[in-house]
Design a binder for this molecule. Structure first.
Ligand code: PMP
Length: 306
């Protein structure tokens, strides 16, 4: 297995995929990225990429927000990624990171008319948050970036400074993760994941207008909950105090996958471990991810053996 990168038009050894210290995006965060996972099914000896084209559609949408000029289509980017993974020959779970940046110097703080470049690399990955317990969460004093400042709907590099403020404060105070409220004081999302909670059997999540990333995991889970598990799903604003009254809650995202929340601001949810709806969804979702649910094979792209 070799570590390679798709770097500005060609697949090269990852050591050669280097960007200058003068790069514009390094200085101002004017770029966007995607985070995609591929799962190794050891029985079938196959690597499956989850919702590859959906990730690239969102990536190109983020690029559009930033006035990036790309001729790439979603299909081309998906093909490049499969080619990269095939050449790398991974036989384990990997995380794939496409990134778009402005190949420009430092004397320009604007989006348009730039030399836009794109690279993709992958690396083996484990769990981003603890999976074996309900995690301890706080509501952050930091508010989520507003759509009128930096659109959270785009996966914009610079917006992750907002996430990092909230995450560090949470971790240094002994929590695992933070929930950010938006400017209205309603629940938005976590630092790198969407939020869902259940009350009296209903699965509730903030709407995509609450300054959050339109998560692909979020969309997939809402679909699975509704159509496969017959769970009532509601997208609506959530007040801070409602968080404390949830029967169960979890974060979801490509990195986080499904991470059960044990407590919020020191109020235990349920018995502090993974709740029944979270458990059911998680079991189904993890089968979908490794290609064990035939009805959802269309969500997966199979990487041919290298
Ligand atoms: N919100 C933020 C801020 C994120 O960084 C992520 C991870 N990409 C998500 C939500 C979840 O999105 P997805 O399910 O598409 O990975």
């Amino acid at each position: 297995m070799t570590s390679l990168a798709y770097f500005e038009g060609a697949i090269v050894p990852i050591e050669q995929a280097k960007i200058s210290i003068t790069n514009n995006t390094l200085h101002y965060g004017i770029g966007c990225f995607a985070g995609i996972r591929a799962y190794w099914n050891d029985q079938q000896k196959r690597l499956f990429v989850f919702r590859l084209k959906d990730h690239f559609s969102r990536f190109l949408a983020s690029a559009r927000l930033l006035h990036c000029n790309f001729d790439y289509t979603v299909d081309q980017l998906a093909d490049i990624t499969v080619d990269l993974l095939q050449q790398e020959g991974w036989k384990q779970n990997v995380y794939i990171r496409p990134v778009a940046y402005k190949d420009e110097g430092i004397f320009r703080v604007w989006l348009h008319d730039a030399n836009d470049k794109l690279s993709i690399f992958s690396q083996p990955t484990g769990d981003y948050l603890p999976e074996d317990k309900g995690i301890a969460v706080c509501v952050s004093g930091w508010r989520r970036v507003d759509d009128t400042a930096i659109p959270a709907r785009g996966k914009v590099n610079g917006a992750y400074v907002n996430s990092a403020f909230a995450k560090s404060d949470a971790m240094l105070s002994g929590f695992d993760e933070a929930i950010l409220l938006n400017q209205d004081g309603h629940v938005s999302e976590a630092t790198a994941a969407n939020f869902m909670m259940a009350r009296q059997g209903v699965l509730i999540t903030p709407p995509t207008t609450a300054n959050l990333l339109e998560g692909i995991t979020r969309k997939s889970l809402l679909h699975l909950a509704r159509t496969e598990l017959g769970i009532e799903v509601v997208e609506r604003e959530i007040d801070r105090s409602e968080l404390y009254l949830a029967d169960e809650a979890f974060f979801c995202g490509t990195g986080v996958q499904i991470s059960a929340i044990g407590s919020i601001d020191h109020r235990m949810l349920g018995d502090g471990s993974r709740g029944p709806i979270t458990e059911k969804l998680r079991r189904l979702f993890y089968r979908v991810l490794i290609g064990e649910e035939p009805r959802y094979l269309h969500w997966l792209t199979r990487v041919p053996p290298g």
